[in-house]
Design a protein around this ligand. Sequence first.
Ligand SMILES: Nc1ncnc2c1ncn2[C@@H]1O[C@H](COP(=O)(O)OP(=O)(O)O)[C@@H](O)[C@H]1O
Ligand SMILES: [Mg+2]
Length: 234
Amino acid sequence: MLEVKNLHSFYGDAHVLHGTTLHVKPGEVVALLGRNGMGKTTLIRSIMRLAQPQVKTGSLLWKGEELLGLSPHEVAKRRIALVPQGRRLFPSLSVTEHLTMLKAASVKEGWTVDRVFEMFPRLAERRSHRGNQLSGGERQMLAVGRALMIDPELVLMDEPSEGLAPVMVQHLETIIANLGKTGLGILLVEQNLYSALAVADRLYVLETGKVVHEVSAAEVRNDQSPLMRFLGVH
Ligand SMILES: Nc1ncnc2c1ncn2[C@@H]1O[C@H](COP(=O)(O)OP(=O)(O)O)[C@@H](O)[C@H]1O
Ligand SMILES: [Mg+2]
C-alpha cells in the first residue's frame, strides 16, 4: 500500500535519509525502530510532505500513486494521518474542539466524536478540558483520536509512548493493537523494542537514514539475537 523507495531527504545541506526503502501492506502494523537521531521523524515528515525536510530523490508510492509533489493537505485527503512526535495540541482548544475541527459533528459516517469517546472513555470524561489541562497520556489519546477523525487507511505514529508512565504505555499498546485489528495500516516509530513487539507484524531498524534490518515479529519471537545485534543491545 505504502512503498518508500530509495528516499534521500535533506535539511538544507544536511543529508539525513540515505536511500531509505520500506513498505507497509494494507492493514499491516509495522514498527520502525532506531536510536535517537537516526532519521525516523525525518522519514515520517517526508511521507507527510511537510515543508521540511526536502526530498531530493526517491519515490513515495501510495496505492501506486506518487506522493512527491503533493501538499500535506493532499496527503491527508488520501487518508494518511499523522500522530506527531510530542503530540502537538492547541492549548486553548477543548478535547471536543480538537476532534470536531477535522470533521463536522453532524457527520455520522466513519470515525465520529462519539466513536473516539467510546474508544477513549477517559477523553469523554475530559471533553471540555483544554489541551493544556490534559495529562501526557490523555494528550496522546487525543492525538490518536484526532488522527482517526480523517478516517485514515494508514496512520503514521511518531513515538506515541515517549515520556508516558508504564501503565499508560501498556494501555496505548492495547489501543494500537486493537486499531490494527480493524484493518488500519500503522507505521509506528518506537524506541522500545518490547512495545514494538507487542503490536507489530513486522519491524524495521533504521540506522543513519538507512534500513539495516527487516524482520517479522514471529521471527523475533523465535530468535531475538539478530534484531538485538542491529539495535546494539547485547
Ligand atoms: N529541522 C532540522 N534541521 C536540521 N537538522 C535536523 C532537523 N530535524 C532533524 N535534524 C537532524 O536530522 C537527523 C535525524 O533526526 P530525526 O529524524 O529527528 O531522528 P529520530 O526521529 O530518529 O530521532 C538528526 O541528526 C537531526 O539532528
Ligand atoms: Mg523522532
